[in-house]
Design a protein around this ligand. Structure first.
Ligand code: GAR
Length: 187
């Protein structure tokens, strides 16, 4: 049997997708590192409580190049093989993408290629969409533009606000991401 693939989860905030990924680790993958561009990201407290290795630095204060160099060192020290962005709200540089080519995935709260970028739920509601959802995709130099690895759909209900729709999509994210990551680490 081959060893589980060592995955880093990158977060900027609450980290509910990180929790879902962590709760599904096992034979396929293990969380070798939780990393954040924000030392005060709420999800870091949970990660530390779980005993997960944590790297956190203030990307804004350090500047992008220095932050990514430190992150890269931490990833390599932790023996990381794949990277899962989970509510990581900072653009990764082209150089970083190149160093980790085809080994970074992201979860995005829309049915890509619709609604790249921010405010996805408000845009889906404003457009009158009947379905919304989430996408796990490869990270390339193009924002939210890499190959789609998996999607999950949810209905947009009458009277939905961006918050109520976000909550429904988030539940779908928590199911989709671990399932797609398990497939991805076997590639
Ligand atoms: C999730 O909905 C994720 O899809 C989205 O941020 C939320 C993070 O929640 N990501 C993006 O918008 C990326 N551009 P979480 O911190 O609870 O996982």
């Amino acid at each position: 049997m081959t060893a589980p693939v060592r995955v880093a989860v990158l977060i900027s905030g609450r980290g509910s997708n990180m929790q879902s990924l962590a709760s599904h680790q096992g034979e396929d993958y293990v969380i070798a590192l939780v990393a954040s561009d924000k030392p005060d990201a709420a999800g870091l407290a949970w990660a530390r409580e779980q005993g997960l290795p944590v790297f956190a630095a203030d990307a804004k204060a350090l500047g992008k190049a220095a932050f990514e160099a430190a992150l890269d060192d931490a990833l390599r020290e932790a023996g990381v093989e794949r990277i899962a962005l989970a509510g990581y709200m900072r653009l990764v540089s082209d150089g970083f993408v190149a160093r980790w080519r085809d080994r970074i995935v992201n979860i995005h709260p829309s049915l890509l290629p619709k609604y790249k970028g921010l405010d996805t739920h408000a845009r889906a509601i404003a457009a009158g969409d009947r379905t919304a959802g989430c996408t796990v995709h490869l990270v390339t130099e193009e924002l939210d533009g890499g190959a789609i690895l998996g999607q999950a759909e949810v209905p947009v209900e009458p009277g939905d606000t961006p918050d109520t729709l976000a909550a429904r999509v988030l539940e779908a994210e928590h199911r989709l991401y671990p399932a797609v990551l398990k497939e991805f680490v076997r590639r």
